[in-house]
Ligand binder design. Structure first.
Ligand code: ADP
Ligand code: MG
Length: 373
């Protein structure tokens, strides 16, 4: 991998030199995999689930004992698209040989009715599945599973944004996936998702197919001490200065959310040699200004009551009692029943989350922006 210009990566995984800590999380995951346990990895958005999976996969691939397959279901709307994503990931991993498409993959894709074409604009291969009949979805997954079982090495599959399957229409997607997982018991699975409540429910409710099938691991923010060391190291290596106090200020403003810490550090690193309180404030401002037009859309999307409650939570967070008299009066929110209804809607949209006993605006940058209104 090429060294990036800026050591504070904000979109992908670029190798462990640019990856902060997570040593304990990594150990836990490795231990689950080595002991044949499937894992559920869940946390609020942008804390670093996907990056951690890539970090883990690098480790497993380096050991030469495992083959890893990463599947992202974020954009998938139904089971066919999910199967297509799985087929694409398998193609990415095993399809290309020096002499073209591998024979095994050709046979596999033939059996599930998939074709490979090349996108005229990007030149990248695209896997297209024919329309799969209801009953055949299971057959397709079975064929993909059998292919995986034929591999010599142990296989680990990560399915990212797994909560997506709950929204698939006309199908008991959870039951279909559960059957697939049981069909290939030699394959280890990591199910990752950012809808914490949904993920927990899927794996802990008695009546659901995945009940008690996997180890639940909830990812926490990187500790401030570890983050401080990481940030100091990268600034010092570039002969730039930043103080632990400034780092703490960034960490608190970001609520420890990895993405926002990275973004602030990325901009500070690119613009300044000596970081001070005021340069940090300037970057906070810049970040909120850049997102202004996106943030403003939330007001249009919500009812007046929802917006008022949303903004009030941003101003008071962490908020313990949203039905409390003081809160209602201070922000002019009207009746408790109105607030209750609005809050329910906001929680359903995952715009507001309940962490421990506190209500928070999920997107930390949006929270900081609204708090200023
Ligand atoms: N341990 C880490 N050290 C440095 N950057 C990280 C780390 N974990 C995640 N990131 C960065 O933070 C951002 C959000 O992480 P991501 O894995 O996409 O979050 P999630 O999958 O939980 O939504 C990414 O841009 C990633 O590069
Ligand atoms: Mg992710």
């Amino acid at each position: 991998m090429k060294a990036p210009f800026n050591p504070f990566i904000i979109n992908t995984y670029q190798g462990k030199d640019y990856f902060c800590d997570r040593e304990n999380d990594l150990k836990t995951l490795v231990s689950h995999i080595k002991n044949d346990r499937n894992v559920v990895l869940y946390a609020w958005r942008r804390l670093g689930k996907s990056a951690l999976i890539h970090r883990l996969f690098e480790e497993l691939e380096t050991s030469k004992e495992y083959e890893t397959i990463y599947i992202d279901l974020l954009a998938s709307q139904n089971m066919d698209e999910a199967i297509q994503s799985i087929a694409s990931a398998i193609y990415e991993k095993y399809g290309k040989t020096t002499s073209g498409l591998s024979a095994g993959i050709q046979k596999l894709f033939g059996s599930i009715g998939a074709t490979i074409s090349f996108n005229a604009l990007s030149g990248l291969p695209e896997i297209t599945l024919g329309i799969i009949k209801q009953g055949q979805q299971y057959q397709s997954l079975k064929a993909l599973g059998e292919f995986l079982l034929s591999r010599k090495k142990r296989i680990v599959i990560a399915i990212d944004e797994f909560q997506q399957i709950v929204d698939y229409e006309n199908i008991k997607a959870e039951a279909v996936f559960r059957a697939w997982v049981q069909q290939i018991p030699g394959v280890r699975f990591i199910f990752s998702g950012s809808h914490r409540t949904l993920m927990e429910a899927m794996f802990t409710e008695k009546k659901r197919p995945f009940y008690q099938s996997s180890q639940l691991e909830s990812l926490q923010p990187i500790p401030l001490t570890a983050y401080t060391e990481f940030i100091l190291h990268h600034f010092q290596a570039a002969k730039k200065t930043i103080s632990p106090e400034s780092i703490e200020k960034i960490y608190l403003w970001s609520r420890g959310q990895t993405y926002t810490v990275q973004l602030v550090c990325n901009q500070l690193f690119s613009n300044y040699k000596k970081i001070t309180e005021s340069t940090v404030d300037i970057v906070f401002d810049q970040i909120l200004t850049q997102q202004q037009s996106i943030f403003a859309n939330f007001q249009k999307m919500l009812t007046k009551a929802q917006w008022n409650v949303f903004r009030a939570i941003a101003k008071e967070e962490p908020l313990q009692n949203p039905m409390g008299k003081d809160f209602l009066q201070k922000h002019n929110l009207g009746a408790a029943s109105t607030v209750r209804t609005a809050l329910k809607a906001l929680e359903k949209l995952e715009l507001v989350i309940k962490d421990e006993d506190y209500y928070l605006v999920h997107e930390v940058q949006l929270a900081r922006w609204m708090a200023r209104l």
